[in-house]
Design a protein around this ligand. Structure first.
Ligand code: M6R
Length: 601
């Protein structure tokens, strides 16, 4: 989703901003822009489309500076076009602004203060910059005008403001949307994501909602709403810049699929003590073990990981667990148990839908645990506890290694809570996760075979179905999501037994149906479902597991513990989705309309 970068120092800001925006491309966007300020004033360059298009326009112009802000926009208010792209400017062009998030009261503010001003864009952002100029024209200095306007905004925002009468300041504020201040030697930066500015600095300061930050070349001053200066330590972003590169792979998604065995090993290492036992922060275990019911809140792929997590928590730890789509839960909260614990699963830790639930459950006084890949992310900072995925940066929009990491961490949490409840360990989990690692390795090594399977089943279709029963049903949902989001094949996941209650009407000659068959207790039933669709002309692709395979199965995964099969079978579906998109010549890592980090509700 939208991304912000800013630089104030002594180097060429144009190049640094463009490079920073390139690093944010993975978040998803449909237009981009930068603004530079020097002694002559401020110049804005913006373009619909890719950063490469913006770079052409910016490079064709000699205007440069050592101070600037940049933005990638994922359209919400107004179509993706030049006018709606950021940065936006005030009527006189004195002020220039980039904004992430949604200003909910922009129409009211416009009606009250600026009904006579001609707006150039359809965005909710323009009100902010026009209003700052309005108050500056009434005599307020820029910091006071900025602070006043920020206090009037409702909704979510991360803001970076330039004043062309002052080429030594970027004004910054945030509420709900992520924004960091990166600090350097005689320069400072702003970024929605530390990855964007990692080549320049790995030292960052967090800013809190409603704070105002005055960023100059040699200082960063953070103030609360009442103007009191806040002390804030810097922290080092522990990201290896090389992890954020594609390396030898053609796409980040392929790289991230291949990284899954290494991620499994890292998780095993991080959650193991020197005696080879599972380990986890005692406070987390105590809080989870004390809950009478667990509510898992997540979106998309993370929601699918939560569905698998529920199986471990209920079966191993014996705690009743509900899994909810964040965007629904916030408007329709079910009756809660007496002592609930909320688990927020989010690769990015920034998903606004999940954060909205966290805000509500905190108000109700309920304990929370975030499982995320991004230390210091909003959901991590705001929850009582965090468990990290240790998956390394996930850049491709389609989530792969985060899904398997989420499931692995949930399995470890469940086992530790089971032990805390005095239950016998049902499995030697570390040993089973090691087997899973080897099994994932075998599948990624088999990529060519999965590419052939993709050619046979997916290359000439407009739609596809994934079916499974029990835990395989959860994987069928994820397999379908992965395929649809990057190949644009209309794909749906169904419980095998549910098809005949309606959806089977859609099966016609050649419709691909991918059936997951990794569970012994439903092996015969899912195979019955395969026969039902085959009898109606479906092109059936059966992914089964060693020990349960039958003649004619399309792909057989190595044998692993029955509850851990999603960690392995999903990898086959990830590769099928990858090759389906590749064979259609699509942008695998940046599918249309999607954003990596969904920071608006
Ligand atoms: O960062 P999060 O895990 O909270 O993101 C949630 C979803 O937006 C995300 O999983 C999305 O469904 C992926 N693009 C799926 O591949």
């Amino acid at each position: 989703m939208c991304g912000i970068v800013g630089y104030i120092g002594h180097d060429n800001a144009k190049e640094l901003l463009l490079k920073g925006l390139e690093k944010l491309e993975y978040r998803g966007y449909d237009s981009a822009g930068i603004a530079l300020t020097n002694d002559e004033g401020t110049e804005v360059f913006k373009e619909k489309g890719r950063i490469a298009d913006l770079r052409k326009v910016a490079d064709d112009n000699d205007f440069d500076g050592t101070l600037g802000i940049g933005h990638t926009r994922w359209a919400t208010h107004g179509v993706p076009n030049h006018e709606n792209s950021h940065p936006h400017q005030s009527a006189s062009k004195r002020y220039t602004l980039v904004h992430n998030g949604v200003i909910e009261n922009y129409e009211e503010l416009r009606a009250e203060y600026l009904s006579d001003v001609n707006f150039l864009s359809e965005t909710d952002t323009e009100i902010v910059v026009q209003l700052i100029e309005h108050f500056a024209n009434e005599g307020l200095d820029t910091e006071t005008a900025f602070t006043k306007v920020v206090s009037m905004l409702e909704g979510s925002y991360a803001l970076g403001l330039l004043d062309d009468q002052d080429n030594d300041t970027i004004y910054v504020a945030k509420n709900k949307s992520p924004l960091l201040i990166g600090v350097g030697d005689d320069f400072n930066v702003i970024a929605s994501d530390a990855l964007a500015m990692l080549p320049v600095t790995n030292e960052y300061k967090e800013i809190h909602d409603h704070e105002i930050v005055i960023v100059k070349r040699d200082s960063v001053v953070i103030k609360d709403q009442d103007g009191n200066v806040q002390d804030r330590e810097t922290y080092t972003a522990e990201i290896d810049a090389a992890d954020a590169e594609k390396g030898v792979y053609d796409h980040y998604m392929l790289k991230e699929i291949h990284e899954q065995p290494a991620v499994m090993r890292r998780i095993i290492q991080e959650y193991q003590d020197c005696e080879g036992n599972l380990k986890m922060d005692k406070d987390i275990v105590d809080d989870v073990a004390a809950a009478d019911r667990i509510y898992i809140i997540a979106a998309g792929t993370s929601y699918h990981a939560g569905l698998v997590g529920k199986e471990f928590i209920e079966k191993w730890a014996g705690v009743p667990t509900e899994v909810h789509v964040a965007s629904e839960f916030v408007y329709n909260m079910p009756l809660l148990s007496e002592n609930p614990l909320f688990i927020y699963i989010s690769q990015s830790g920034e998903t606004a839908d999940s954060r909205a639930v966290l805000v509500e459950t905190k108000k109700l006084g309920h304990k929370s645990l975030t499982i995320t890949n991004v230390p210091g992310s909003t959901l991590s900072r705001e929850a009582d506890h965090t468990l990290l995925l240790h998956a390394g940066p996930e850049i491709a929009v389609a989530s792969t290694k985060a899904y398997t990491a989420q499931i692995a961490v949930l399995s470890i949490l469940s086992q530790i809570v089971a032990l805390e409840h005095g239950r016998e360990a049902e499995v030697d989990l570390l040993r089973e996760l090691a087997k899973v690692t080897t099994a994932i390795e075998a599948i990624v090594d088999d990529a060519e075979k999965l590419e052939d399977i993709t050619k046979e089943f997916m290359d000439d279709t407009r739609n596809a179905f994934f079916i499974g029963r029990t835990i395989d049903y959860n994987v069928s949902l994820e397999g379908a999501l992965k395929l649809k989001e990057i190949s644009y094949i209309q794909a749906e996941g169904f419980a095998g037994g549910e098809l005949k209650h309606g959806t089977i009407a859609l099966i016609e000659e050649g419709t691909p149906v991918v059936a997951l068959a990794t569970q012994e207790n439903v092996n015969n039933s899912i195979r019955g479902n395969v026969k039902e669709v085959a009898a109606r002309g479906a092109n059936t692709c059966v992914i089964s597991m060693e020990g349960l395979e039958k003649e004619g199965d399309t792909y057989v995964i190595p044998q692993v513990h029955e509850l851990l099969t999603p960690l392995v079978s999903v990898v086959a579906t990830q590769l099928i989705a990858y090759y389906a998109a590749l064979h259609r010549d699509l942008d695998v890592d940046k599918p249309r309309n999607l954003a990596k980090s969904v920071t608006v509700e």
